[in-house]
Design a protein around this ligand. Structure first.
Ligand SMILES: Nc1ncnc2c1ncn2[C@@H]1O[C@H](COP(=O)(O)OP(=O)(O)OP(=O)(O)O)[C@@H](O)[C@H]1O
Ligand SMILES: [Mg+2]
Length: 338
């Protein structure tokens, strides 16, 4: 799980070297990101609101330039060879990118024209992407009658029209309920299997990264804090987690580190997470230690490490979602209503 990569990594679909982005001379949205995503993988960039996910995706999809550093997609420089990069990537933005007063088919037709797909190829291609994303039946209906999940699948279908080598998805299932989310990923999974496309997606949903990504990069305040498979990341936290809610504010949780069976102590605002090899056998000694220190425990939970624990360990703060993402969700609902 090294964070430093050689800039050119063989077999990589995406590489970045020390990418930084400063907006308006003051907002450091990205602060030296080094990344390599292997060809054919599903990669999730996971981070809270404002972490820099969309900024990185905009750089990789050639929409904005980095302030410093370099990025390549299949060896092509995103700044100097932007036009070539755009020919091999598909992109679904965080915001809505289809017209609701047209049918699904008409939307795709417009994108086919924008992409310069010859008229004779359009019917076959449109049919193909509509079938792949499970939208053939609804193709002639107005998009405003679609569910949120269907709209997202239509947006993905339009990004697939050029048969990209890399598909970039910014918050692919934002605002969707779990079953719609699952449907989106089922279709994406089929597409990945069939065409071997590399999928790079941004998300602030830990469970989405956990369930669907083969590799996860956690980003916080413009810095990539760790990269690995969900399993590797969780294993790096340790064996099991005992989460304690404590009554006494005077207690220094760091004292727990002196105990031989304690592997790590992660402190959240109102909780202490104690990492141990085996929670069931460690718990009695832990509680006894706290009792002798005069600390009363109000709640105990024993769990395997989650990505939440991973985030807390490496980013040093709780993972806070909300804010602008919910605004986007609101906006989507409104647009759908017309
Ligand atoms: N055009 C801009 N001008 C100035 N600041 C910006 C601009 N775009 C983004 N930022 C700031 O840069 C930081 C990173 O924003 P970015 O949109 O990349 O985060 P994000 O991880 O995609 O967040 P979200 O989960 O809310 O989509 C934030 O502090 C944001 O306010
Ligand atoms: Mg974003």
């Amino acid at each position: 799980m090294a964070l430093v990569y050689d800039f050119f990594v063989w077999g990589s679909a995406i590489t970045t070297s020390n990418i930084a982005k400063v907006y308006a001379r003051t907002v450091r949205a990205l602060d030296g990101v080094d990344l390599a995503v292997a060809e054919g993988k599903i990669f999730a960039l996971l981070g809270p609101n404002g972490a820099g996910k969309t900024t990185l995706m905009r750089i990789l999809t050639t929409q904005i330039r980095p302030t410093a550093g370099e990025a390549r997609v299949f060896g092509l420089d995103v700044v100097r060879e932007g036009a070539k990069v755009r020919k091999i990537i598909g992109y679904v933005p965080q915001e809505m990118s289809v017209w609701t007063d047209l049918s699904g088919y008409e939307n795709l037709l417009i994108y086919a024209k924008i992409y310069g797909i010859p008229p004779r190829d359009r019917p076959r291609l449109l049919d193909e992407v509509l079938t792949k994303l499970g939208l053939k039946e609804a193709a002639r209906n107005l998009v405003r009658t679609y569910s949120g999940g269907m709209i997202r699948r239509l947006e993905i279908a339009s990004a697939l029209l050029i048969r990209p080598k890399v598909l970039f998805l910014d918050e692919p299932t934002i605002g969707l309920d779990p079953s719609a989310r699952k449907a989106v990923w089922t279709e994406l999974g089929k597409f990945k299997e069939g065409d071997g496309v590399t999928i790079f997606f941004n998300t602030h949903y830990m469970d989405e990264a956990d369930l669907y990504a083969e590799e996860i990069g956690i980003i916080n305040q413009g810095k990539l804090v760790i990269v690995g498979t969900a399993m590797e990341l969780k294993r790096s936290v340790g064996g099991e987690v005992i989460t304690l809610s404590l009554k006494s504010n005077a207690f220094a949780p760091e004292r727990l580190r002196s105990l031989s069976f304690v592997q790590d102590v992660i402190v959240a605002e109102e909780e202490v997470r104690v990492v141990v090899q085996d929670a069931e056998t460690s718990l009695p000694s832990l509680l006894e230690f706290l009792r002798q220190d005069g600390v009363s425990v109000t709640r105990v939970a024993m769990t395997k490490p989650t990505l939440d624990d991973v985030f807390l360990k490496y980013a040093g703060t709780r993972f806070e979602a909300g804010g602008r993402v919910s605004e986007v969700r609101q906006m989507r609902r409104m647009i759908r209503r017309g």
